[in-house]
Design a protein around this ligand. Sequence first.
Ligand code: FMN
Length: 355
Amino acid sequence: MNWQNDLTRILKIDYPIIQAPMFGVTTPEMVAVTSNANCLGSLALADLNTEKCIEVIRAAKHLTNKPFAVNFFAHSIPEITEALKGKYDKAKFFVERLAKQNNLEIEIPSIDDLKINSYHQQIDAIISENCKILSFTFGNLDKQSIDRLKSNGTLLIGTCTSVNEALILEQSGIDVICVQGLEAGGHRGSFGSEDIPKIGGLSLLAQVSETVNVPLIYAGGIFNAKTLVASKTLGASGFQIGSLLLGSAESALEAFQKERLRKVKETDIVLTKSFSGRFARGIKNTFIDIMETSEFILPFPYQNKLTFELRKIAKINQNTEFLNIWAGQSINEYSGKSTADIIRSLIIETENNYC
Ligand SMILES: Cc1cc2nc3c(=O)[nH]c(=O)nc-3n(C[C@H](O)[C@H](O)[C@H](O)COP(=O)(O)O)c2cc1C
């Protein structure tokens, strides 16, 4: 298989394999070993504040001088209204009581004490650190931000989960589109958070590639040469792998989380809004079961902030029933090898079988 294509040329990489940005999993080490293997590492910044963004970007730069992408959430932040405050207080009471009933003592901050960062502040860090590739999810950037980043020479990769979202990204001048199939682990990259498109990767990628003219990266279910080549056949130039790297040596997941992953069964993997207020794919547990039947799921990012203390204490207690473990539908061995070895095996398997 000839790996060189439109994407390898614009990203200045040898292999169009993209280590998926995975907040809570990707580390500067994971990013660096991927980029050092001449693929593209992606550093997930989620909604970190400017100082923290600079710190992790510098940590990655310290480990590689190859190109890597930074990634953030491009969502709008719902205003705090009296109605939202009322809902937040009820949800806070519900989650604190649920935690206590399960021997997890937490105190959730009140809504006025939450620190919510918008992506506009993160752009300052990205420009000051001279990052040249930005991928984003949960929507499109506003025009002013696109213009600012483009005049800095930053290549933009937007995420779509429908043909319509792909068209919006292309029309606003986004350079590359990451097409995220429903199989993918973690959050859906959809522009909205309510009635999101739930199109499977096969149908979506085939239609997007017929509709837009920018290079496409496919994300969702790639875990071996066969799935990689399938997405190439459907029009992808780049292949983004997330769940395949969850167990890797550079993953920030702790040993007990990797152990839970290695026991996962297909019926355990669900799409849920319970941890963050946005649909995300991960392993079903007690918290998801209870929240899904409650009236206490707030809009993103408030639900995400609301559950932060619970997730933190559950992690300390190694309690997988009250912690999110995101994973996609393609169950794999969640190898503990280095990210570089996992990627190398994928390249060799592809070359041996599809050249
Ligand atoms: C644990 C986890 C965290 C994720 N966090 C992010 C993120 O911060 N930004 C983002 O754009 N996508 C995020 N994603 C989605 C991935 O970038 C990618 O689309 C997905 O993992 C691809 O599907 P796969 O898991 O089947 O490989 C995350 C996925 C996982 C599994």
